[in-house]
Design a protein around this ligand. Structure first.
Ligand code: MLT
Length: 276
């Protein structure tokens, strides 16, 4: 007899306490043959995946978590790095006794996913990359990150995040959706200054992942908004050319974050296909 799981309607998060007393906050729909891990982007938390969890919880076991310092995960004492963020996921999945999983990362979440692919390839069964890139920052990009660190240090967090929020969505979406834009900015404002500054440094100092892409052997899907100005479609096209057998979808009218908030059908179709 085939039994279908009931889809979840709410995400309940739990706290995993690490040996050093730090907290890793996560949610886990707990049942399903395939495990799908969703990694949020900067400077958000796992709540951005609410719609995806609701839509897909009857297809796969879905695990989301707050990257350290965000949401209810504690910041810890170590200097942030993409390696450290990836190691947190492995710690979480080891604790949940998950050996193999499909990983989906949005933007910075994609940097973390690609780090996992490079350092823990034996753990990965499938990969979904949303609005992200495999390149490291170039000199201009790095300098901009350090400028923003200084801006935040001098009390400019609100201005920095307001400016960033304006380029996260396509111009049309930005003009038409005041409520969601306000909610997005409110969520961004929750991150504390030190967490924002350390994450900017971690992204500035991250290594490239492009040279590893041709070794990927599992199913990979790449999505990118047509109007993504932070990680534009060319960057996704390049990854698609490098990853054997990968599939790319460019989502019309979407910006950098649109797939997560507005173009749900497109994103969820991809997650649905890969999680079966
Ligand atoms: C993100 O959306 O996660 C970040 O903006 C990515 C980045 O700044 O490189």
């Amino acid at each position: 007899m085939i039994t279908r799981k009931q889809p979840v309607t709410m995400m309940y998060s739990k706290a995993l306490i690490k040996p050093d007393g730090e907290v890793l906050n996560y949610s886990d729909t707990s049942s399903g043959n395939e495990v799908l891990v969703l990694i949020h982007g900067y400077p958000f938390d796992q709540s951005i995946w609410k719609e995806q969890v609701i839509a897909l919880s009857d297809q796969a076991r879905i695990i989301t978590y707050d990257v350290r310092g965000y949401g209810s995960s504690s910041k810890g004492k170590e200097r942030f790095s993409i390696d450290l963020f990836a190691d947190d996921i492995i710690f979480l999945l080891d604790s949940l006794q998950v050996s193999k999983f499909i990983v989906c990362g949005l933007s910075m979440g994609g940097y973390i996913a690609l780090n996992l692919v490079k350092r823990y390839p034996e753990r990965i069964k499938g990969l979904v990359l949303y609005d992200t890139q495999c390149y490291a920052d170039n000199a201009i990009g790095k300098a901009k990150r350090y400028e923003n660190i200084e801006l935040i240090r001098k009390g400019g967090k609100q201005k920095y995040l307001e400016d960033m929020c304006k380029i996260l969505f396509s111009p049309a979406t930005f003009q038409k959706n005041d409520v969601v834009i306000k909610q997005t900015l409110d969520l961004m404002m929750k991150a504390d200054n030190e967490v924002l500054m350390q994450t900017l440094e971690a992204m500035a100092e991250r290594e490239e992942s492009c040279s590893n892409l041709s070794s990927i052997k599992f199913p990979t899907m790449i999505l990118c908004g047509e109007y993504d100005v932070l990680t534009p479609p060319e960057k996704s096209e390049f990854m698609q050319q490098q990853i054997p057998g990968s599939v790319l979808h460019i989502i019309e009218n979407s910006g950098h974050l649109g797939i997560c908030f507005f173009f749900l059908a497109a994103g969820n179709k991809t997650l649905f296909r890969i999680s079966r």
